[in-house]
Design a protein around this ligand. Structure first.
Ligand code: UDP
Length: 330
């Protein structure tokens, strides 16, 4: 069963998929993950959804409510394996399979690179056979520690190619290069979204999977210290999940997005210390802040310039941070 908080947003998202995706076959790699499962929910009422996930970071509980739905099929498979095959033709492929949490991908650097390289190649080769529209989920991490903030799509990035984050940053950069190569050489209809920090219901909080927002929420709710890595002056710009998903659907379904790259995020930039204080206030927590060593190569600032998606596709986020945090807390 979907919680009411998710159901309300999913209802709106389903309306945005209705016309163009009706009756279509949609493959979502990483479909049991945080963003992938929101996409499964958004398409399943009108399309045939094929969810492929090896549950490395995805979770069955994100899709368990869809198990009995005849328009939904789940396969526990690794899209980067040489044996991976999809026995169907697809109209849309949304390629999200990846390990996005810094602490987690640093523990699995080879697997992280493999899914961005071999996994993306596998998906693009499949696409040559059935000629779908492909949406590649890329990341703000392609910009590394950017010298230009807010960062537009035209910025080329500032990435340490051998640093601890390189398995993810460089992996996503290769994914993008592969997608554009298939677009140029074979004319595949590829669209790329560079997703900035996203939070909301279903994001994981525990252990290495935990990102700043869910970790701070879990710490605050149990009155444990909030762990800030470094000074807390580093910034991020947090986007509520329903906004991120609505942008992804727009890029997938709007023909003006063919061959284009879009930043997707909320340009409201705040420091990590401010984020911690906001969560402590909203939860009326007794937690205090403690400082732990700064993450290696941790970007100092991150904020998207969203002028391109705003002017070209008319998208902008609508959920303010405090409202999104309240929904996540519920
Ligand atoms: N962070 C933190 N404490 C935590 C988790 C994260 O201070 O318990 C910081 C982290 O060092 C980074 C920011 O919060 O500067 C965002 O981290 P997150 O893991 O959410 O993702 P990132 O933006 O680094 O991909």
């Amino acid at each position: 069963m979907l919680s009411r908080t998710i159901r309300d947003d999913v209802g709106k998202l389903q309306k945005s998929t209705s016309r163009l995706a009706e009756g279509q076959r949609v493959l979502i790699t990483g479909g049991a993950g945080f963003l992938g499962s929101w996409l499964c929910d958004s398409f399943v009422s009108i399309a045939e959804v094929f969810c492929h996930d090896n549950l490395a970071t995805g979770q069955l509980k994100n899709i368990s409510h869809l198990k009995a739905n005849e328009h939904f099929r789940f396969r526990n498979v690794d899209v980067s394996s040489p044996e991976w095959k999809a026995n169907a033709d697809f109209d849309f492929i949304l390629h999200l399979a990846s390990r996005p949490s810094p602490a987690d991908y640093q523990k699995h650097p080879i697997e992280t690179l493999r899914v961005s390289t071999q996994g993306t190649l596998n998906v693009l080769e499949l696409a040559r056979r059935c000629d779908p529209i492909i949406l590649l989920a890329s990341s703000s991490e392609v910009y590394g520690d950017p010298a230009v903030v807010p960062t537009p799509e035209t910025y080329w990035g500032n990435v340490n190619p051998v640093g601890v984050r390189s398995c993810y940053d460089e992996g996503k950069r290769v994914s993008e290069a592969l997608a554009m190569a298939y677009y140029r050489q074979y004319g595949l209809d590829v669209r790329i979204v560079r997703i900035f920090n996203t939070y909301g219901p279903r994001i994981r909080a525990k252990g290495a999977y935990g990102r700043a927002v869910p970790r701070f929420i879990a710490q605050a709710l149990s009155n444990r210290p909030i762990t800030i890595y470094g000074s807390g002056k580093q910034t991020r710009s947090f986007c509520y999940v329903a906004d991120t998903i609505s942008a992804m659907i727009k890029v997938l379904l709007d023909k003006r997005a063919k061959g284009e790259i879009f930043n997707v995020g909320n340009p409201n930039e705040i420091s990590i210390l401010e984020l911690a204080n906001t969560i402590v206030r909203l939860t009326r927590s007794r937690s205090n802040v403690i400082h732990e060593p700064e993450g290696e190569d941790d970007p100092k600032r991150r904020c998207p310039d969203i002028s391109k998606i705003r002017s070209k596709l008319g998208w902008a986020p609508s959920v303010k941070l405090e409202e999104g945090l309240k929904r996540t807390l519920r």
